[in-house]
Design a protein around this ligand. Structure first.
Ligand code: PRP
Ligand code: URA
Length: 210
C-alpha cells in the first residue's frame, strides 16, 4: 500500500468505530461517535503542522513558546456526511476556517455529481483537511480534492473513517501528493458500491433520513 496512507489503530478509535458500525446504534449516538472519532483523528493528523517561536511573558518571566505557524487550517467537509466530522475537528482547532463541497453519488453511475462549492477566500495560505466518513470508489474524494487543488492551498490531507481498498487505490493514484488518514481499511465494495462490512449509508445514519 502507498506510504501516503495512515490507518489509525488507536484502541479508542477502534472501540468507537465498532459501535458506529452496529446497525442498532441510534442516529444520536452515531452523530456523537462520528464527531468524537474525527476529534481523535484530527489530533494525530495534525502532528506535523509547522510551529513558530513566539515570545510571551508568563507571570514569572519572558519566555519563547511554540505557536502554530501562519494561518490556521481549513476544514472542508464533503456534504452531506462530512458535516458530521466538522464539530470534532473544530474542537481541536477552534479557529480553523470551514469550506463546503457538495457532492453526491449518482445512484446509477456511481459517479460524483457536484452541486455546491464554497471555500475560504485565503485558502491558498492554509493547510486543508478534507473530511468525509466514507471512501468507497473514491470518486467523491478525488473530485473534491481536484476542486480544492485549483485554488492552490498550502497542503491537502484527506481524512475518512472507513475506506475500501478500491477507493484507496483510486485516490492515491489520482492524488499521490495527498496523505490519506482513515480509521479502518475494510474488505471490499459490494455490487452497489457500498463498503463491506462498512457501516451502511453514512449520510442517512447521521441525519436519520432512512
Ligand atoms: C457518500 C459518502 C461519500 C461518498 C463515498 O456520500 O459520504 O461522499 O458516498 O463514495 P465514493 O467514494 O464511491 O464516491 P453520498 O453520495 O451518499 O452523499 P450524502 O453524504 O449526501 O449522503
Ligand atoms: N457511501 C456510504 O455512505 N457508505 C458506503 O458504504 C459507501 C458510500
Amino acid at each position: 500500500m502507498s506510504n501516503n496512507v495512515t490507518i489509525f489503530d488507536h484502541p479508542l478509535i477502534q472501540h468507537k468505530l465498532s459501535i458506529l458500525r452496529d446497525k442498532h446504534t441510534s442516529s444520536k449516538d452515531f452523530r456523537e461517535l462520528v464527531s468524537e472519532i474525527a476529534m481523535l483523528m484530527c489530533y494525530e493528523a495534525t502532528r506535523d503542522l509547522p510551529l513558530d517561536d513566539v515570545e510571551i511573558e508568563t507571570p514569572i518571566c519572558k519566555t519563547t513558546v511554540k505557536h502554530l505557524a501562519g494561518k490556521k487550517l481549513a476544514v472542508v467537509p464533503i456534504l452531506r456526511a462530512g458535516l458530521g466530522m466538522v464539530d470534532g475537528m473544530l474542537r481541536m482547532v477552534p479557529s480553523a476556517r470551514v469550506g463546503h463541497i457538495g457532492l453526491y453519488r449518482d445512484e446509477k453511475t456511481m459517479q460524483p455529481v457536484e452541486y455546491f462549492c464554497k471555500l475560504p477566500k485565503d485558502i491558498d495560505k492554509r493547510d486543508v483537511i478534507v473530511v468525509d466518513p466514507m471512501l468507497a470508489t473514491g470518486g467523491s474524494g478525488i473530485d473534491a480534492v481536484s476542486q480544492i487543488k485549483q485554488r492552490n492551498p498550502r497542503s491537502i490531507r484527506f481524512m475518512c473513517l472507513i475506506a475500501a481498498p478500491e477507493g484507496i487505490e483510486a485516490f492515491t493514484k489520482a492524488h499521490p501528493d495527498v496523505h490519506v488518514y482513515c480509521a479502518a481499511l475494510d474488505e471490499k465494495l459490494n455490487e452497489n458500491c457500498y463498503i463491506v462490512p462498512g457501516l451502511g449509508d453514512a449520510g442517512d445514519r447521521i441525519f436519520g433520513t432512512k
